[in-house]
Design a protein around this ligand. Structure first.
Ligand code: GRF
Length: 198
């Protein structure tokens, strides 16, 4: 069986990338083919290199404002890697509809909220501010609309009265590292039934 090729895009430490890469072993139908960042200093690039995965980076800053020009550069190593699936994992740049259209139906993202609640940033602070009893993370198919698209999985965590955004984020991140690999394995096998944890 030939494996599905998975490219992972990240902007930071890449803890989700590590969880995904470390899950793609044995009879898992996919294998990582590229880890790509918009920041040459992203900690995730070193972690990917340690795991023998090809890496690339395209700094978005020289293109300030010209999103299309940045994406034209970003596409070069990505298309060269010939991915079957693209996973956004802590990738903090908004992608244009044109970029998304090239991978529509085979590009996933993990967002730290129970979508459709709290699209965008500062999700943990917003959940605390709202007095929510529950919070969590969502893996969804990427569409042109930000943090939208068909939901492929969700994991829920309690919000504690003692929580700060950081303590809540840490609790959610632990679930992200379980949810994303579970969704990817199912998605790579052609199964889009949502993964719901716990
Ligand atoms: C995580 O909170 C994830 O939900 C968001 O980016 C954050 C950092 O992810 N998308 P990572 O540690 O770089 O994978």
């Amino acid at each position: 069986m030939s494996h599905k090729r998975v490219a992972i895009l990240l902007s930071g430490g890449g803890s989700n990338m590590v969880a995904l890469v470390d899950s793609m072993t044995g009879d898992h139908p996919a294998r990582p083919c590229l880890v790509l960042s918009n920041d040459a200093q992203a900690g995730g690039l070193a972690k990917a290199a340690e795991r023998g995965i090809p890496t690339a980076s395209v700094d978005h800053r020289p293109f300030k404002g010209d999103r299309a020009a940045f994406e034209a550069e970003l596409l070069k190593p990505l298309i060269d890697a010939e991915p079957d699936i693209v996973c956004l994992a802590g990738f903090m740049r908004v992608l244009t509809a044109d970029f998304v259209s090239r991978f529509q139906g085979r590009m996933l993202n993990i967002h730290p909220s129970l979508l459709p609640k709290y699209k965008g940033l500062h999700t943990h602070a917003r959940a605390i501010e709202a007095g929510d009893a529950e919070h969590g993370c969502t893996v969804h198919e990427v569409t042109a609309a930000l943090d939208d698209g068909p939901i492929l999985g969700q994991a829920r965590v309690p919000v504690l009265t003692s929580d700060t955004p950081d303590t809540l984020a840490a609790r959610v991140l632990t679930q992200e590292h379980k949810l994303y690999p579970s969704v990817l394995q199912r998605f790579a096998a052609g199964n889009k039934a949502p993964v719901l944890l716990p």
